[in-house]
Design a protein around this ligand. Structure first.
Ligand code: GA4
Length: 333
């Protein structure tokens, strides 16, 4: 894949890793969706341990994915003034370098939109997005059902109903991280086994947690995605363009009263290769009340959070910076 467009101004954010004493990490959990009996328990373990896992045998047609990626690449290959017609992302549309509304920057350009409001005037592109979002929503519902089964909570659709609802608040994002020659591939950010002595790396998308319930991501064969482990290390996720990567988001952490972890993650720009990713963010209907699930609470267990609607949480999210801990604002003190 060739992407010729370059982001003009380089908002380099060079950062260093916090620690590098990796412990007990045995790799990203891989869940085979064609084996639901095993999958349900493995999903629960992965959500508790990392808030992150990879799925295989997911049922999304490779042709659909490659056609959508082709459209995305064509879009990002357009001249800057053509892409700028879809600016600014307020919060939806085309964005470049700036992330959100509060001063975050990254070495990235993107298209951000809701499933019902695709800004690009191309029938092919918009019908591929529609079809893709439908397929990925199906996968998301399946995963949420397996989660409920693994957690032994009833009814089976207690989580998935929020995604299958026609008012589910779905956001879809296409990201393009152009190669960044200032990124040092030897740096500790890109390779966790080396010392941090000369780490200078460009952040494509800064560290954050996703506010929704679940995020379902897929990218081309360029690496750069990293997750934060509880022991304070960042680990690079080996790329696999045939699989999907699932994040537990903030709302699932609340609904499981902290059993599942909303995974902190970031993307580091590659020095040589473009990275193109597509991410489905599954949120519930705006008026859905969010609190720990009764069926999961032990008799004397107390809720860690004050109840809120997704609308309240989302509104608060858009007032924050990317790296902020948004959940802490809803913690009971
Ligand atoms: C992170 C997850 C999704 O990409 C997103 C992002 C949103 C944006 O890019 O506009 C936010 C970010 C995300 C969380 C904090 C706020 C809002 C940028 C930002 C600084 C679309 C979302 O829903 O929240």
């Amino acid at each position: 894949m060739v992407i010729i467009s370059q982001i003009e101004k380089k908002p380099l954010v060079n950062i260093f890793p916090t620690k590098s004493n990796k412990t007990n990490f045995i790799g990203i959990p891989v869940i085979d969706l064609s084996r639901p009996e095993d999958a349900k328990n493995l999903i629960v373990n992965a959500c508790q341990d990392y808030g992150f896992f990879k799925v295989i045998n997911h049922g999304v047609a490779p042709l659909l994915v490659s056609e959508l990626e082709k459209e995305a690449v064509e879009f990002f290959n357009m001249r800057q003034y053509e892409k700028d017609q879809y600016c600014p992302p307020n919060p939806f549309g085309y964005g470049r370098n700036k992330i959100g509304l509060n001063g975050d920057v990254g070495w990235v350009e993107y298209l951000l939109f809701t499933s019902t409001n695709f800004p690009i005037n191309s029938k092919i592109f918009s019908s591929l997005v529609k079809e893709y979002v439908k397929e990925v929503r199906k996968m998301g519902c399946n995963i949420l059902e397996l989660m409920a089964e693994g957690l032994k909570i009833e009814p089976k659709n207690v989580l998935s109903r929020m995604l299958s609802d026609e008012k589910a608040d779905i956001i879809f994002r296409l990201n393009h991280y152009p190669p960044c020659s200032d990124s040092d591939p030897e740096s500790d950010l890109n390779n966790n086994n080396r010392s941090m002595s000369h780490g200078r790396t460009s952040i494509g998308f800064g560290e954050h947690t996703d506010p929704q319930l679940i995020s379902i991501a897929r990218s081309n064969a360029t690496s750069g995605f990293q997750i934060y482990l509880e022991d304070g290390t960042w680990v690079g996720v080996p790329q696999d363009e045939t699989s999907y990567f699932i994040n537990v988001d903030d709302l699932l952490e609340v609904m499981t009263n902290g059993r599942f972890k909303s995974v902190r993650h970031r993307v580091v720009a590659d020095s040589f290769k473009s990275r193109v990713s597509m991410i489905y963010f599954g949120g519930p209907p705006l008026m859905e009340k969010i609190s720990p699930l009764d069926s999961l609470m032990e008799p004397d267990e107390e809720s860690l959070y004050n109840e809120f609607t997704w609308f309240e949480y989302k509104s608060c999210t858009y007032k924050t910076k990317l790296a902020d801990n948004r959940l802490s604002r809803f913690h009971k003190h």
